[in-house]
Write a protein that binds this ligand. Structure first.
Ligand code: LCS
Length: 408
């Protein structure tokens, strides 16, 4: 048993995966090396046959990477994790392990755009059957299941609609068909949602987001609940090569130490910002897991320890209004990505979900005027002030436009 297994979550964030090295370094050193010297020919052979302990080559394993992997595996409550070059590399590792010609995957309709595109454009070409369904409705998942369904892939809350899937219900359905369930836990992080507690088999993260939390790394991770799944996926990752590097592992591991307090602050700020937006006359509708108006508010309560930092809303005035707002904000940065300490705002239809195309977006409920906000850890009053001013400018611009139309 590892020491961290008896710790509470906040303490695990600080300590999991960290063992002092021979010099007593409190922080794991960066082993910036591609390869490791064998003690002898016999030692090398033993490592390759799996009998000996140690590292061979950084694509296969590395102490700095392993320290970070152990930390995320502990936080999620999994057996083992594998660091990947990006969230997409993590997702591809899962798909390439469990899908093949003649198999079928059920995937959330509202997922990060490239996840949808990867299935439709690459895996479809390899003979994989794909059903995109509204995973916030378990009946739709059940109706989509087939004899050859090998994987149910769920993003919850979904990007960018924030649709929440009931994980316990989905696991029940998938098990009847012998399918694996993989959850993209990027939006919540293990601080707020622990999918293994609901029977899920595999978890992935874009660590680019909340796990690292500082918008300075692109990285991903796959966490397995069972050793047998880990072994299968690790072979695929080793062969396809999309591994993380030691320096990025070091940065992510450093970010994780503050994960618990960051997620608390993201949630606290986002709740206040969402309540402000919900009352604002320029906002057509808003989705935030912490608002009672969220369609799956009660599923969220069952599954989440906090409501997270992500907000989605539609402005009155649609696409034009969104454009004006994004050009008007000052504190909130106009940029894709999410989960960093700074507030970020973006327009999914023209940015993160552009690659899906208009039909798939419409099906997934991604409207043309939808705005996505990743609420940072600044003082909430400054975020609200920034949004209030930008919304005022939207109102002014739309009034001028209406007046011009009247006098035409
Ligand atoms: N999963 C989710 C939920 C994501 O939001 C993203 C990236 C990925 C996976 C892929 O991770 P990556 O390869 O970028 O590390 N989401 C982005 C977004 O919404 N804006 O920019 C990237």
């Amino acid at each position: 048993m590892k020491d961290h297994e008896n710790l509470n979550f906040e303490s695990m964030c600080v300590h999991a995966g960290i063992d002092a090295d021979e010099f007593g370094a409190v922080v794991p050193p960066i082993y910036q090396t591609s390869t490791f010297k064998f003690k002898s020919a016999q030692h090398g052979a033993a490592l390759f046959s799996g009998e000996g302990k140690g590292h061979i080559y950084t694509r296969m394993s590395n102490p700095t990477i392993e320290a970070m992997e152990d930390s995320v595996a502990a936080l999620e409550g999994g057996v083992k994790a594998m660091g990947c070059a990006s969230g997409m590399a993590a997702i591809n590792t899962v798909f390439a392990t469990f899908l093949g010609a003649g198999s079928h995957v059920v995937c959330s309709q509202a997922v990060y755009g490239p996840t949808n595109t990867l299935l439709r454009t690459v895996y479809a070409r390899f003979g994989v059957e794909i059903s995109f369904v509204d995973t916030s409705n378990p009946e739709d998942v059940k109706a989509a299941m087939k004899e050859n369904t090998r994987l149910v892939y769920v993003e919850t809350p979904g990007n960018p609609t924030l649709a929440i899937a009931d994980l316990a219900e989905i696991v029940k359905i998938a098990k009847e068909f012998g399918a694996k369930v993989c959850v993209d836990n990027t939006f919540m992080s293990p601080a707020l949602q622990r999918p293994f507690e609901f029977g899920v088999d595999v978890i992935i993260h874009s660590m680019t987001k909340f796990l690292n939390g500082h918008a300075d790394v692109v990285a991903g991770i796959v966490v397995a609940k069972e050793m047998s799944d880990y072994t299968l996926m690790k072979k695929v990752l080793n062969q396809t090569g999309g591994v993380i590097d030691p320096f990025n592992s070091f940065l992510v591991h450093r970010g994780i130490k503050t994960l618990a307090i960051r997620m608390e602050k993201h949630s606290e700020n986002a709740q206040k910002v969402a309540e402000f937006l919900e009352k604002h006359e320029m906002v057509e509708w808003i989705k935030y897991p912490g608002l009672r108006s969220h369609p799956q508010y009660f599923t969220g309560l069952k599954q989440h320890k906090g409501h997270g930092g992500m907000i989605t809303f539609e402005l009155k005035g649609g696409y034009d209004a969104g454009e004006i707002m994004m050009n008007s904000v000052k504190l909130c940065q106009l940029a894709v990505s999410l989960g960093g300490v700074e507030s970020l705002i973006q327009h999914p239809a023209s940015m993160t979900h552009f690659s899906m195309g208009p039909d798939a977006r419409k099906e997934a409920g991604i409207t043309e005027g939808l705005v996505r906000l990743s609420v940072g850890i600044e003082n909430h009053k400054d975020i609200i002030k920034d949004l209030e001013r930008a919304l005022y400018e939207v109102g002014e611009a739309l009034t001028v436009k209406q007046e011009k139309n009247l006098f035409r």
